[in-house]
Ligand binder design. Structure first.
Ligand code: ATP
Length: 317
């Protein structure tokens, strides 16, 4: 890239949130992580990230706007900055003309923060795609996924999108065939839940109950429902092993789940580590009805509709 191209370059990437259709938490490993079987599903609730050349060569800055922006760090701990820095390191820190890689990132958030929808990982994925294009690196999806896995176990899926089974810490992905689209309603909560705290509570509840923790595997009924495009079967097959822990830490979520079921949802589940709750509807119109009914109960801060699966992080301009 020449200096004049560099001055005008700007890349905007759109990246989806995820909901876990199945989150099966296996035994705790020696490294502190759990072995998981995680069926990720990308939904049309998007953050947008714009990357431009930074004012001072070789520096990284970030600005955050939108949904709960005040709760997102605007410094080098932001996952998008960490991802951009990791990419620069991978690329050798300087362009062939000797110009040090750097970027000014602007994130417009719509994905709830600390909401169990992997918003931070989504922004990291968006930064990888945006900076790869900004710096003209031309890395493959596989290479970006590998760099992303070093930032967080949900980042590779935010790059891949669609629907996929994740194993290990969730970062080893196999795409799952899906017929058609599914329609969702997400009940947004006030404040977030800390993912490590929810896993800790899950371990504590299991130890207290003397529960034997089995090796997780992908749910066959869930895979069949996705393959057949059957929303009713999918609603019945949704499962989240973290849900009891999220409910223990945030008892009001039981009311949110009940309100969605009462509103006619085909399935109701805490999304990932919560506190966002996900409800499956039979059609776009049904989703709008469930959303309006949920919002009317006051059992959540807001309700939004979305559909899935959608593609992973992609350049929009
Ligand atoms: P997951 O579902 O992957 O467990 P989550 O959706 O519950 O994650 P995130 O929105 O990813 O949670 O944010 C978790 C924490 O990460 C936030 O509290 C915030 O301090 C920090 N964070 C760092 N970078 C970002 C970012 N770009 N967007 C949101 N949070 C970020």
């Amino acid at each position: 890239m020449t200096a004049s191209q560099r001055a005008t370059a700007r890349v905007t990437v759109r990246v989806p949130a995820k909901v876990n259709l199945q989150l099966a938490v296996g035994p705790l490993r020696d490294d502190g992580y759990h072995d998981l079987v995680n069926v990720f599903h990308a939904v049309s609730l998007f953050d947008e990230l714009t990357a431009t050349e930074s004012g001072a060569a070789g520096t990284f800055t970030v600005r955050v706007e939108g949904e709960s922006a005040a709760h997102v760090p605007a410094d080098s701990t932001n996952l998008a900055v960490r991802a951009a820095e990791a990419l620069a390191k991978h690329a050798g820190q300087t362009a062939p003309d000797g110009h040090p890689y750097g970027a000014a990132l602007l994130i417009r958030k719509a994905i709830p923060v600390a909401g169990g929808m992997a918003g931070g990982s989504a922004d990291a994925a968006a930064a990888l795609v945006a900076c790869d294009a900004l710096w003209g690196l031309g890395l493959s999806l596989g290479e970006l996924m590998e760099i992303g896995a070093g930032i967080g176990s949900d980042v590779p899926f935010a790059l891949l999108g669609g629907t996929a089974v994740g194993t290990g810490r969730g970062e080893r992905l196999t795409p799952v065939p899906v017929t058609g689209s599914f329609h969702w309603v997400f009940a947004l909560a006030d404040g977030g839940l800390s993912t490590p705290q929810v896993y800790g509570e899950c371990d504590r509840l299991r130890a207290t109950a003397g529960e034997e923790v089995v090796w997780p595997s992908a749910s066959e009924p869930l895979m069949a429902a996705l393959r057949d495009g059957d929303a009713r079967e999918l609603g019945a097959a949704l499962v989240n092993d973290l849900q009891p822990a999220a409910l223990a830490l945030r008892p009001s979520l039981a009311r949110t789940l009940d309100a969605g079921r009462d509103a006619g949802a085909l399935g109701a589940i805490v999304s990932g580590s919560g506190p966002t709750c996900a409800f499956l509807a039979g059609s776009a119109e049904h989703a709008r009805e469930v959303s309006a009914a949920l919002a009317g109960t006051g059992a959540c801060r807001a309700a939004v509709t979305a559909e899935g699966p959608v593609p992973g992080a992609e350049i929009v301009s």
